[in-house]
Design a protein around this ligand. Sequence first.
Ligand code: DMJ
Length: 658
Amino acid sequence: MTAPALLPLSGRRIPPLNLGPPSFPHHRATLRLSEKFILLLILSAFITLCFGAFFFLPDSSKHKRFDLGLEDVLIPHVDSGKGAKNSGVFLIHGPDEHRHREEEERLRNKIRADHEKALEEAKEKLKKSKEEIQAEIQTEKNKVVREKKMKENKSLPPVPLANLVGISGGDPEDNNVKKKREKIKEMMKHAWDNYRAYGWGHNELRPIARKGHSTNIFGSSQMGATIVDALDTLYIMGLHDEFRDGQNWIENNLDFSVNSEVSVFEVNIRFIGGLLSAYYLSGEEIFKTKAVQLAEKLLPAFNTPTGIPWAMVNLKRILLLPDVFITGSFSSFSGVGRNWGWASAGSSILAEFGTLHMEFVHLSYLTGNLVYYNKVMHIRKLLQKMDRPNGLYPNYLNPRTGRWGQYHTSVGGLGDSFYEYLLKAWLMSDKTDHEARKIDDDAIEAIEKHLIKKSRGGLVFIGEWKNGHLEKKMGHLACFAGGMFALGADGSRKDKAGHYLELGAEIARTCHESYDRTALKLGPESFKFDGAVEAVAVRQAEKYYILRPEVIETYWYLWRFTHDPRYRQWGWEAALAIEKHCRVRGGFSGIKDVYSSTPTHDDVQQSFFLAETLKYLYLLFSNDDLLPLDHWVFNTEAHPLPVLHLANTTLSGNPAVR
Ligand code: DMJ
């Protein structure tokens, strides 16, 4: 069975509905051989022209100036009269003058000979066969790649690790809880082992067809997304053999020099987030090295008129061929970026360019290179300068013009993790980034005022602002906000901590209802509040469940802050439903219709199922000393990153803090 074309294949954004040819022209990475010949011909003609212009054109003041410059550089200094010096002209007399003429003649001859030699060489090159030229270019290329690899694999300067608290343990005393935790670990083993057996190295797994799977967010190459996304979950569950297996694959196979167009957002949250987290937990340098290599590949995405990155970037830097001929080097490269064809007016997406802060600040922290930090701070500043309708941030922003696209606002798909990262920027700075907290407080107040409503039946939900009115529909993705409100309660304005904890609990209740009102006890992709309909999907295309984590994520945060047993109970209900309806022989699969008691599978085991869903479930049945929240902040893909205690330092160049 294949995945339904209508199901989104990625995270919190609306993916294109089919994977047809890209709507933008494909960029060729190299020139054809015939083009190279033409280039060579033009070059030799150009040299001849310069040569002729220089030596055979009539004398002119320009020529003189150039001549003098040349003398200045090449001829030993010649005495000059004071007055003459003042007029800017060098006067040369007697035997010196004669010696100078000879010297000049000698130089002219030498230059002439050099140019003739260069022309001869160019002609020689043209006589060579296609194959010979190709071979020469290939040898040069290989040399550059070798040198580049050697440079890349040089390990980064050692950085004293932050004080890492609670990277293992969390064993519950209660036997019943212990058993549940063991069961979640067994589910992780099942997901991992099958990926290991049937999808190893591919991005994801088709658990029914039992083969590899991928989507356009990962580009066209096999980057082992599931391995990278799963590492930290394996680590905290104590699955160390599996962790090492993953580490070996990364060390030997994870290569970013591929001609592949990837989503900047997805690669950042899953790969850079996953690698950084694996690095902090295990201390293995290779993860940091790979994270930095990959981050460098994403940087060209920021080369836009505004500095708002493109949604996609080609990991392969395109070689500028004229460089090879002119300077003989392969040093000029540029990544190519573009936006999703479906996004309003060529815009970048709020939840994508607004979900880089955590990872990029950590990259600067670990490397001492401020380029990453500056990129995300620039985005923050730019957004703060812009007008915001009702204090809300529209989902679309054009990176060329710096103008908003359609005024759609959402805490679900396309907007979600932007709001999440405002709060987490403050938390990860050890609560010292007050600017981030202020921006977050303003945004949360606007969300509460304009997007949050109570249904007739008393369920609190977050709607979406579209075309001037509030759509009473909430996405599964927006369910993460229950956890976000709870996490941000402490430190909120006007001491409204109790209020935000309560709001988080209300959202958790609503999202639980969306699960409870289905046949399979698994939540739909989005649900409505319309008349008699409450927390139920109406359209067929919204009835699927693709192993998403957001509802369980909210249960876990609420559990940590309240220890109300209902959250463990609801989490366990979800775990049992996943086990019963999503588990198949070859792993776990999403489901097409959660209202049908005879489920049909979509045959995709999403990488976030291992990164997030199973991790949050495991933490829900662990004690709070495993990854305590005052020491760790989870990125939007559930990869824990340590709080940076930078209170008395800045990121700008003090090596002691790194
Ligand atoms: C994950 O990739 C991340 O949580 C992302 O922010 C959006 N959603 C998916 C899982 O649903």
